[in-house]
Design a protein around this ligand. Sequence first.
Ligand SMILES: *[C@@H]1O[C@H](CO)[C@@H](O)[C@H](O)[C@H]1NC(C)=O
Ligand SMILES: *[C@@H]1O[C@H](CO)[C@@H](O)[C@H](O)[C@H]1NC(C)=O
Ligand SMILES: *[C@@H]1O[C@H](CO)[C@@H](O)[C@H](O)[C@H]1NC(C)=O
Length: 274
Amino acid sequence: MAGAPCAFLLFLLMVSQPRDASPFTVSCLPVSMNGILGESVIFPLLNPGAFQSITWHGPSPANAEAYASHRPLAVITPGAPGALPHVSMEDERYRGRARLHNQSYSLEISNLMLADVGMYSWETATADSNIFYSYDLHIHKQLSEPEIRIQSMMAGNGTCNVTFTCSAGEGNKTIKYIWTRSAGAPVFSIEESVLVQHRLGDEDSPVTCTAMNPISNSSASASPKAACEGPTLPQAMSLPYCHAKGILVLGVLGTLLAGILTVNVLAAWEQRQH
Ligand SMILES: *[C@@H]1O[C@H](CO)[C@@H](O)[C@H](O)[C@H]1NC(C)=O
Ligand SMILES: *[C@@H]1O[C@H](CO)[C@@H](O)[C@H](O)[C@H]1NC(C)=O
Ligand SMILES: *[C@@H]1O[C@H](CO)[C@@H](O)[C@H](O)[C@H]1NC(C)=O
């Protein structure tokens, strides 16, 4: 499958070449490129120097009508001596998004869309060679924080089985998952789901899922203890606070009581004096 576009280009070369043509070179190893949705990609071109033409092709449109009328992404031909080369860019799909870099004629496509995936190639013709070079463009989204789904179940004897399932984009085959136990610890699973056993009352040992695609990665963590025992209040913090509050209230009540008693006793004592 990967060879098909090359074969197609080779065929194009053969039919477009006069029979008595000078020797030519074909370089036909599609290079894989990863683009980020909404950002730019630059396809480099090896400028041959004195060229007869440089042609950039975009992916073939899937739609038959669009296919019939589609043009090369860019065609560059030398101008008159001393004048600038002539550049024609007529592929509607890239209007306002494609530009050629000065001197090199490398192709930059900005504001990448999912529909931009596919084979891009350049073709340079000089007096004695024709060179093809192709790129296989993949488009990826920047990953956001993965979602971790939790299923816990008591397995008897104070043990709880928790299954964590990580997701950073449903059905996206380019996303890989790695589960780790704590920073720097060895990877303990590369599945989407992982089963963790937690003994009730044991220390917590959070798990971290890192979702990765060729252009980004993102992590989220979950707690087996919280999954099995429910979210716990920070006990160590709340108890001294309650005690302190209780002592304060008791202190205030005590002072008030002492005050009231003193006033009453004094009043009674004074009455008795008269
Ligand atoms: C809990 O996990 C262990 C280890 O994978 C398994 O042998 C056991 O059957 C599980 N128990 C339940 C109730 O799912
Ligand atoms: C339950 O846990 C105790 C203490 O860890 C262990 O001695 C016992 O063998 C366990 N029983 C079962 C059925 O797993
Ligand atoms: C995750 O992405 C950061 C940059 O955002 C990179 O430095 C790091 O190496 C990546 N980690 C993995 C495991 O790919």
